[in-house]
Design a protein around this ligand. Structure first.
Ligand code: GRG
Ligand code: ZN
Length: 327
């Protein structure tokens, strides 16, 4: 086997540390609506690179708690933002990874999440009502992490996912929508948490997922689209739940992901030569972990959190990544 390209872990750690340091930067203000998600992505990437302590734990927990809306029972993306299910899941993930679950008002946040379920079984993101299988996944994952899944109407939830399944074995964002790899991840992930993988045509779906690999090694999210590093997670996580990561050419994908890193400032971009961001850094590193890249720690592909954290909560599902290689 040819020598693997080197992932510059110290540089990516520095890149993630630098993101919170330029608070006068315009980009920092323009991305306030993603702050909670960004902290979750940065922290998870650091955990996988075995540098969990590179960001200050206490400051992180205090920031998360400053986004809590006591009245609504959810977290916003930023202290002055309305609560939404996306930052609420990220907040729960961060507090869980940091061993600070005692800071969560479990009954209140459970009520907030359950209040977002619609009669069809799908979830809205917030009181304004946009619906999507992403929000359904966030609800299922958050309730599972809080030990509150018994409060969920599982049949109603699964029936919505079933109605999003397409002829190609994939899933879309809403009923009738085209299959998309990221929506496949959220639907397969939710079914895995609910122990309902029997709802999937597993061979057909794995075939569709494996077809996402392009001659340059990268993965796209649907036919005729460009490759993008983040699909390294969306596609591989679903394949690892189906135990078929070996259907991808791992060496070619590793090469593609590492070719998208910024060799000067650190971080990983959507594709080579583009500007890096924390989202693609996290999903690039996550993909490398599932591919068994040496020196990284295991990521749980269902919860997209450190595997050790999910194991210690007794929540591990039956997924399979590639064996960890030795450097
Ligand atoms: C805990 C990992 C985790 C996630 C929480 C937010 C969420 C749940 C999942 C997001 C799933 C999703 C729909 C991601 C979007 C990915 C993406 C690159 C979308 C771009 O779509 P297009 O149509 O791009 O702009 P293509 O590649 O199809 O041209
Ligand atoms: Zn992307």
């Amino acid at each position: 086997m040819a020598t693997l390209p080197r992932l510059n872990i110290p540089l990516h750690v520095k890149y993630i540390q630098s993101l919170g340091e330029n608070k006068d930067d315009l980009v920092y203000h323009l991305t306030a609506h993603l702050r909670m998600n960004a902290i979750y992505w940065g922290l998870t990437a650091l955990c996988v690179m075995d540098h969990k302590d590179a960001l200050n734990r206490d400051e992180m927990i205090e920031f998360v708690m400053s986004c809590w809306d006591e009245e609504a029972g959810g977290f916003g993306a930023h202290p002055d933002h309305d609560p939404h299910i996306l930052p609420t899941l990220s907040a729960i993930q961060i507090l869980t990874i940091q061993g600070a679950r005692d800071r969560i008002n479990v009954p209140k946040v459970t009520n907030f999440i359950l209040s977002l379920q619609q009669p069809s079984g799908v979830f809205a993101g917030d009181v304004f009502g946009e619906i999507d299988t992403r929000f359904l996944f966030c609800a299922v994952l958050a309730l599972s992490l809080l030990g509150q899944l018994d409060q969920l109407d599982v049949e109603k939830t699964v029936s919505y996912i079933r109605r999003c399944r397409n002829f190609d074995g994939g899933f879309g964002a809403v009923i009738g929508a085209e299959s998309h790899a990221a929506q496949v991840f959220v639907c397969v992930g939710a079914l895995a948490v609910l122990d309902r993988l029997d709802e999937i045509d597993q061979e057909r779906l794995a075939f569709w997922l494996a077809e996402r690999q392009l001659p340059n090694g990268g993965l796209n999210g649907r036919p005729e689209k460009l490759e993008d590093v983040c699909y390294s997670f969306w596609v591989l996580s679903a394949l690892s739940i189906l135990k078929k990561v070996s259907w991808i050419d791992a060496d070619k994908l590793i090469e593609f992901i590492i070719s998208a890193e910024d060799p000067e400032g650190g971080g990983i971009a959507d594709r080579p030569g583009d500007q890096p961001d924390v989202f693609h850094t996290q999903f690039g590193v996550a993909g490398l972990s599932i591919l068994g890249y040496p020196g990284l720690l295991d990521l749980d592909p269902v919860y997209c959190m450190p595997a050790s954290v999910i194991e210690s909560l007794g929540l591990r599902k039956d997924w399979e990544a590639l064996p960890r290689r030795v450097a």
